[in-house]
Design a protein around this ligand. Sequence first.
Ligand code: GRF
Length: 202
Amino acid sequence: RRAAVLISGRGSNMVSLIEAASASGFPADIALVLSNRSDAAGLQRARAAGIATAIVDHRSHPTRESFEQAMDAVLVEHGIEFICLAGFMRVLTDWFVERWAGRMINIHPSLLPLFRGTHTHRRALEEGVLIHGCTVHFVVPELDAGPIIAQAAVPVIPGDTEESLAARILVQEHRLYPHALRMICDGSARLENGRVVFSGDW
Ligand code: GRF
């Protein structure tokens, strides 16, 4: 299975996916890293790992649709079957989401459906939750709302700051995302009629 990782920034989740996929027996290859920003730090890390990279700069497109058509063309050109959004900071149109329905996943730094959107760690601390975490879900048009494939929980510890909490969760993100990619590529998590159907050894 050929998978692409879409990034806009540092790409630490991308690195965890590349490392996991390089192990023998993993059901996907990371065949492409695509960024909408030429200065995304993750691009260097992808190149260093020998992965093909592409830049589709949203600012050089007049509309969201033309930006996404350009991305889609690059993905098709590289024979991509699955997409992992990993810190990709562009909202996607219904057209793109539907085109990749059941084949595009995202990692979000909260236990969805709590804390959709940005600044999840700050909001978790403000709300005083004692359990926080991360979620991998299929992408649907509504932001951070898709069917859940996998989650990891972490404790919130007295004295936590946004940074300390983010760091504790990031460790779990790096475990969770490869696990979820494996599940969609080997068919043990499938999107059917808007729900995730799990199969395999449970
Ligand atoms: C991660 O916290 C991820 O959950 C969120 O954006 C961040 C990306 O970090 N969607 P990185 O670029 O993978 O290091």
